[in-house]
Design a protein around this ligand. Structure first.
Ligand SMILES: Nc1ncnc2c1ncn2[C@@H]1O[C@H](COP(=O)(O)OP(=O)(O)OP(=O)(O)O)[C@@H](O)[C@H]1O
Length: 419
């Protein structure tokens, strides 16, 4: 069903849904476009609408082949829409779900493209703040890059910033996607360009390993790992590529590569990565629902989400967007209380006590499982013992000279009765 958006655009059909709105295939004066219609509750927020208008110039002027161009921003009655370049292809999350993980050369090439897009944005003073596979589109209509890698484009620029207007997100709350959140955001610092580098290196790790380095389990545990844990190595990954990932996942933002450096360093690696197959990386064992929280994590993992929205969804990423009634069927809307300095310090202490090497969470899960098994074994032994005793007693009672036809009442004595 066709629908008018402002005076210049018509949308025909939904092509995707996200936490901030619905993406439609549309038509404008210059041809086909993708139109992201923001959710009604966002469109009704006057602070957000003001910000939307303010950001128009910055977002529409960001013009780079590795960025999905924002062509227009429409405020029309209750409609708030971003009109975008239409990308013929798929998003990186869908590709990852289809393939599990990608060969190293393809992964590095895709991430180098995204780093190019980020470099242009950062030079224009724009921080993305929500880099994740869902926001990387693979343009299948473009000629492929090295090793047949699809060309990638970063999308959703400014959306995190729009929905993070001051009235919407109090200083004590975090928005973002837990698996990709840089430690300084969790610690309450202003997000700068380095947060995008951290998130992009997390995506690269995920493309190679099939899972994110600090994801899995309760959101509070994920945030704690970002702040306190070292990144677990990826077995079999060539050193050059591993060093780039480790540098970009440094806890200190100033130690991370800049976007242009990251793109250049990745492209240097491409020839050495040619022909390498997808790595076989054993999945870290962090059971989402069963992971035991440390007392500190339990405190800082206070999630205020719409009912039923804190389930894990198809991928490892759960975007955090404040105050939402989901527009889609995806369970993506949560807002998180930012931990206090005291809580962070206590997580760090708990974490040091619990963590020795990467994979410690996996070992903790395993130890808990072994403990549960031991308790079950003891219970089983007691039950068997009792059953054996009961059987022996029944047999004895049946052969005893004064045995009646039925079982003897418990506690009955076999001592001679007084006459
Ligand atoms: N410019 C575009 N061209 C073609 N398809 C697009 C475009 N933008 C988005 N899509 C499609 O719409 C889907 C939803 O996009 P959207 O940006 O709303 O959500 P998201 O990034 O997946 O999630 P969230 O908003 O929760 O972070 C994408 O996964 C993609 O398949």
């Amino acid at each position: 069903m066709a629908r008018k958006i402002g005076s210049r655009y018509t949308v025909h059909q939904v092509i995707g849904r996200g936490s901030a709105g619905t993406v439609w295939l549309g038509e404008g004066p210059d041809g086909p476009v993708a139109v992201k219609l923001l959710r009604e509750d966002l469109a009704a927020d006057q602070v957000l609408v003001g910000r939307f208008v303010q950001e128009r110039a910055a977002l529409t002027s960001l013009d780079h082949p590795r960025v999905v161009g924002v062509r227009d921003m429409v405020v029309d009655g209750s409609d708030l829409a971003l009109v975008m370049e239409l990308v013929q292809g798929t998003d990186l999350r869908s590709r990852l779900e289809r393939d599990g993980a990608l060969p190293p050369q393809l992964a590095a090439s895709v991430i180098a493209d995204v780093a190019d897009g980020l470099a242009a944005a950062h030079a224009a003073g724009i921080v993305h703040r929500d880099v994740k596979p869902e926001n990387v589109l693979l343009d299948l209509s473009a000629a492929p890059g090295p090793g047949g890698a699809p060309r990638a484009k970063l999308t959703d620029f400014g959306v995190a910033r729009l929905v993070d207007a001051p009235r919407r997100t109090r200083a004590t709350r975090i928005i973002g996607t837990p698996d990709y959140l840089a430690p300084e955001i969790i610690e309450g610092l202003e997000p700068r360009a380095a947060v995008d580098i951290y998130a992009l290196a997390t995506v690269l790790y995920e493309l190679l390993a099939g899972f994110t380095p600090f994801g899995g389990g309760h959101t509070g545990a994920v945030l704690r790992r970002h702040v306190t844990e070292q990144v677990p190595p990826i077995p079999g990954l060539p050193d050059g590529l591993w060093r780039i990932i480790a540098e970009c996942l440094a806890k200190a933002p100033a130690s991370r590569l800049r976007a242009a450096e990251l793109a250049a360093r990745l492209r240097e690696q491409l020839p050495a990565l040619a022909g390498l197959p997808v790595l076989a990386v054993p999945q870290q064992g962090r059971a989402p629902a069963e992971e035991q929280l440390t007392p500190g994590e339990a405190v800082y993992a206070e999630v205020d989400a719409a009912p039923g929205t804190h389930k894990r969804r198809r991928g490892p990423a759960v975007p955090l967007v404040p105050g939402v009634a989901p527009d889609s069927t995806r369970d993506t809307h949560t807002s998180l209380r930012r931990p206090s300095a005291h809580e962070l310090a206590s997580y760090a202490a708990e974490s040091r006590a619990q963590r020795t090497t990467p994979g410690a969470a996996h070992r903790r899960d395993r130890q808990a499982l072994l403990r549960r098994r031991r308790v079950l074994a003891v219970l089983l032994a007691v039950v068997l013992l009792l059953a054996g005793a009961a059987a022996a007693w029944t047999a004895f009672a049946a052969t005893a000279p004064d045995a009646g036809p039925g079982p003897r009442p418990s506690g009955a004595s076999s001592a001679p009765r007084a006459p």
